[in-house]
Ligand binder design. Structure first.
Ligand code: NAD
Ligand code: DAU
Length: 335
C-alpha cells in the first residue's frame, strides 16, 4: 500500500484519518476525494494542505469517470471509503442522498476496485444491527437497520460482501460505534451539545435521554481502521467500539459539568422516530488483532470538549446559513 484514495476525507473521521496516516506512514500518499457536501470542509484539512504527500480532488463517488480518473492519475492502489451521508435525523427528513451516495456510490467504488485490482476498505456503522435490546452484536448477527441511514449503510455492506465473493475484490469492512473528537460537524449530538452549552443555549435531549451509545475517540477508531487495513482478513467485518455504555442524559450532564454550565440547559424534546435505544458491540474479533482503545469515555469527552473550547474559529462559522435552516426544521418546528 502506498497511494491511498481517501473518499470522504474532508469529513470528520476521514480528515482525522488523513492526518493519522501522514504521521504514521512516511511513505504513504493520501489523495482525498470528496464532494464537499454541507458536511465536507476543507478547514478540517487546513494543517495538511501543503503537505507533500497530500492532494485533494473535489468529486462525487457516484461519478464513475471521476473516480477512474483519480485512480489513474494518482496511481491509486487502495481505497478507504468514508464518503457517506451520515446523519440519521436528516435521513428521516429526506433519504434521497443517502440511497445515492451510501449505496450507489459504494457500488461505483467497488467497480473501480474490481477494474483496477485495488485493495478496498469500507468504513461502516454499528447501526446496521439495529436496536440491541440484550447482549452485544457480533459480526455475524442479522442486519436489522431501523433508519433510512442505517438501511443504506447495510445495503453497502451487503454489496461489498457480494463483490468479495463474486468478483474477488480484496475488501475489508469495519463497523464503528459513535465517534467523538475534533472536526465533527455540530449537528451530531456531542458537538451540538458542547457548542450550544458554550453559548448558554438549550441542549435538546430526545425522549427520556436514556438511550445508550458507545462514544469512542475518533483517533482510536482511525487506529482500528489502520489495523484492519493492514492485518484484517479479506472479506471480513470487524466491529469497532470501546464496549463502554453511556446514556445520553449522563453524557449531557458530563458536558455541562466540564464547561461549568447549569443542568437547567438540558431541554427534553420529542423523541427521534424509530430511535434505537441501545447499540452494543462485541469487539473480541478486533481485539484479537491487538487493538486496544487509548481513551475511555471520560477522557475522550474531555479532549473533545477542550478542542471545541479552543477552536471556535472552526465551528462558529458553520452555525449559519444551511445549518440554521436545518436547525429550525429539526428543533424549532419540532412537534
Ligand atoms: P461526515 O458526515 O463528517 O463526512 C462525510 C464526508 O463524505 C464529507 O466530507 C462529505 O463531503 C463526503 N461525501 C458525502 N457524499 C459524498 C459523495 N457522493 N462523494 C464524495 N464525497 C461525499 O461523516 P463521518 O462522521 O466522518 O463518517 C465517515 C464514515 O464513517 C461514514 O461512512 C459513516 O457512515 C461512518 N461512521 C461514522 C460514525 C460516526 O460516529 N460519525 C461511526 C461509525 C461509522
Ligand atoms: O453508531 C454509529 C453512528 O453514530 C454513525 O454511523 C452515524 O453516522 C452517527 O451520526 C452516529 O449516529 P447516532 O444517531 O447515534 O448519532 P447522533 O449524534 O445523531 O445521536 C446520538 C444520540 O443522541 C442518539 O441517541 C440521539 C441523541 N440525540 C441526538 C441529537 C442530534 C439527542 O438526544 N439530541 C440531539 O439533538
Amino acid at each position: 500500500m502506498k497511494n491511498l484514495l481517501i473518499t470522504g476525507g474532508a469529513g470528520f473521521i476521514g480528515s482525522n484519518f488523513v492526518r493519522y496516516v501522514l504521521n504514521r506512514y512516511p511513505d504513504y500518499r493520501t489523495i482525498v476525494f470528496d464532494k464537499l457536501t454541507y458536511a465536507g470542509n476543507l478547514d478540517n484539512l487546513r494543517d495538511v494542505e501543503k503537505h507533500p504527500r497530500y492532494a485533494f480532488i473535489r468529486g462525487d463517488i457516484c461519478d464513475a469517470s471521476a473516480v477512474e480518473r483519480a485512480v489513474r492519475e494518482h496511481n491509486i492502489d487502495t481505497i478507504v471509503n468514508f464518503a457517506a451521508e451520515t446523519h440519521v435525523d436528516r435521513s428521516i427528513m429526506d433519504a434521497d442522498a443517502f440511497i445515492k451516495t451510501d449505496i450507489y456510490g459504494t457500488y461505483v467504488l467497488l467497480e473501480a476496485a474490481k477494474k483496477f485490482g485495488l485493495r478496498y476498505h469500507q468504513v461502516g456503522t454499528d447501526e446496521v444491527y439495529g436496536w440491541v435490546e440484550q447482549g452485544r452484536s457480533i459480526e455475524e448477527d442479522r442486519l436489522l437497520p431501523r433508519s433510512p441511514y442505517a438501511a443504506s449503510k447495510a445495503g453497502a455492506d451487503l454489496l461489498i460482501h457480494a463483490y468479495v465473493i463474486t468478483h474477488r475484490v480484496a475488501a475489508t469492512m469495519t463497523r464503528g460505534a459513535n465517534n467523538i473528537g475534533p472536526y465533527q460537524y455540530p449537528e451530531k449530538v456531542v458537538p451540538l451539545f458542547v457548542t450550544n452549552a458554550i453559548d448558554n443555549k438549550p441542549l435538546p435531549l430526545y425522549g427520556d435521554g436514556k438511550q445508550v451509545r458507545d462514544y469512542q475517540f475518533v483517533l482510536d477508531h482511525c487506529e482500528a481502521i489502520d489495523l484492519v487495513l493492514h492485518r484484517g482478513k479479506i472479506g471480513e467485518f470487524y466491529n469497532v467500539g470501546t464496549g463502554q455504555e453511556t446514556e445520553n442524559i449522563v453524557m449531557a450532564r458530563m458536558i455541562l459539568k466540564m464547561l461549568g454550565k447549569p443542568e437547567s440547559l438540558i431541554q427534553p424534546v420529542a423523541d427521534r422516530p424509530g430511535h434505537d435505544r441501545r447499540y452494543a458491540l462485541d469487539v473480541t474479533k478486533l481485539r484479537a488483532l491487538g487493538w486496544e482503545p487509548a481513551h475511555n469515555f471520560e477522557e475522550a469527552l474531555q479532549k473533545t470538549v477542550q478542542w471545541y473550547v479552543e477552536n471556535e474559529w472552526w465551528w462558529r462559522k458553520l452555525k449559519s446559513g444551511e445549518y440554521l435552516e436545518y436547525y429550525k426544521k429539526q428543533y424549532v418546528e419540532r412537534k
